[in-house]
Design a protein around this ligand. Structure first.
Ligand code: GTP
Ligand code: MG
Length: 173
């Protein structure tokens, strides 16, 4: 690389989507600030956070967008997805209906963004072992069928949170 290339800035827009209360905002809080909110409120509108990452010795900025899972709190959809190159599609392993919604979220993603947006299916709350309603194999199978990366995370105990974001950024890069 030339000196010029080395100092070049990369800014990747990544969107978080999935049903309300699956843990999108807490995944972002854990990743960007190493924080967790046991009683977080539903997101209203859109928030985003820029996080520096280092991939293969290069500085990358991931601009991660977070919106409400609840329809009535969501901002204009097309603006949310515009320019996105990565997506985390999140469900809650302890609530089967949030897994059943994944198809609808993927439809929305593909309607409003480029077909080759790098996408990872994220089964969050894997700390809730006794409350599990969606098996790891099921998540993996859906991801495979849809051509997505797959990971199970816990924003509560930090498992795989950085890994989830890094998988997407590495693939974009
Ligand atoms: P909306 O903004 O309404 O779309 O919800 P969201 O997907 O942003 O969910 P949020 O991050 O607000 O989390 C919802 C609830 O789940 C909160 O009470 C969190 O504390 C809890 N939660 C989030 N992640 C985890 C996790 O990994 N494990 C456990 N046990 N609870 C979690
Ligand atoms: Mg939220």
């Amino acid at each position: 690389y030339s000196e010029e290339e080395k100092t070049e800035d990369y800014l990747f827009k990544i969107v978080l989507i999935g049903d309300s209360a699956v843990g999108k905002s807490n995944l972002l809080a854990r990743f960007a600030r190493d924080e967790f909110y046991p009683n977080s409120k539903s997101t209203i509108g859109v928030e985003f956070q820029t996080q520096k990452m280092e991939i293969n010795g290069k500085e990358i900025k991931a601009q991660i967008w977070d919106t409400a899972g609840q329809e009535r709190f969501r901002a204009v959809t097309s603006a949310y997805y515009r320019g996105a190159v990565g997506a985390l599609v999140v469900y809650d392993i302890s609530r089967r209906p949030t897994f059943d919604s994944i198809g609808r979220w993927l439809n929305e993603l593909h309607t409003h963004s480029d077909m080759n947006v790098v996408t990872i299916l994220v089964g969050n709350k894997c700390d809730l072992k006794d409350g599990r309603e969606v098996g790891t194999a099921e998540g993996k199978a859906l991801a495979e069928a849809q051509g997505l990366f797959f990971i199970e995370t816990s924003a509560l105990d930090s498992s795989n949170v950085t890994n989830a974001f890094q998988t997407v950024v590495k693939e974009i890069y």
